[in-house]
Design a binder for this molecule. Sequence first.
Ligand code: SAH
Ligand code: AVI
Length: 327
Amino acid sequence: MSAVTGYTYDDHLPADFSDRSLRADVATGLAARLSWLPPKWFYDKVGSELFEDITRLPEYYPTRTERTILTRHAAEIVAAAGTDTLIELGSGSSEKTRLLLDAMAERVPGGGSYVALDVSEDALRSACAALVAVYPTLRVGALRADFTHQLDLLPRGEARTVAFLGSTIGNFEPADRAAFLRSLRSGLGATDHFLLGADLVKSAAVVVPAYDDAAGVTAAFNLNLLDVLNQRLGADFDRGAFEHVAIWDAEHEWIEMRLRATRDVLAGITDLGMRVHIARGETIRTEISAKFRRASLTAELRAAGFVERGWWTDDRNWFSVSLWGTG
Ligand code: SAH
Ligand code: AVI
């Protein structure tokens, strides 16, 4: 533990991870005519801050709805899971997590341990620094890693609860989601639990504005991806040539964020040694955010080997927090 920070910091992403991995993702995306990019690239410093702004928007209901559920049920959840160690995937600001940590502090003499895992160093450092100030007896660790392929890095132990909040699970493609759940389950033991926050299917009239807010913060978050490409890959995308689009896909029950070219765009990507042409009206898919139904989500978790231990929701049944054991 660092005497300076009060939390441990382990970086499992190689120094050139961002560049190598982003290059590969953009090259693949380009092969698909730049039709998609994985959402993890949103979260540079600016992107992480914009996401926090999104969570406070009047239209963006998921964060405050999940917080309401946790406020009501954190003690029950932590008691049901017998949590000594809380590990959080895609922890971001770790804000709502405090409700779980408060409940854990009541239960565990000495306060227990919390490990935050995220790709964003900025988010990890500011979240963990704030936590050690508020929870002096809690052991806090920051793990910079990619939950899509580094779940083997989770700290070993008993009575661990792995939390995946905010409905970040909705940002996986269905096949990748199944692979993620199987991989997570294979690393958990008999005394471990999985705590999942998942946004539920509701009217498109509620969902679409949450991803296309009046103040344009989600648009800025989406367009920031072009700045990431420009800064990291020496690209020269003109932000002004794209607009933010949020579309409800009723068949898949997910919201899709896209960037649409408002004119013909010819952009160079120096580090990939290529130029891309995006015709006016063409789009780049930057994110899906799936919304779930209890029956199908339960079936997915069961298929991955999880057993339901609890399901909590809000008065409007907009969001769910569920707890899963290993059998
Ligand atoms: N859990 C928080 C933050 C959600 S935003 C909340 O509920 O508000 C999604 C977070 O996941 C961001 O902090 C982002 O940096 C992180 N993230 C996205 N893809 C990731 C990946 N592949 N591996 C690790 N972290 C990732
Ligand atoms: C992190 N993730 C769950 C958010 C979501 O709602 O899908 C990211 C986001 N994209 C646009 N607004 C928020």
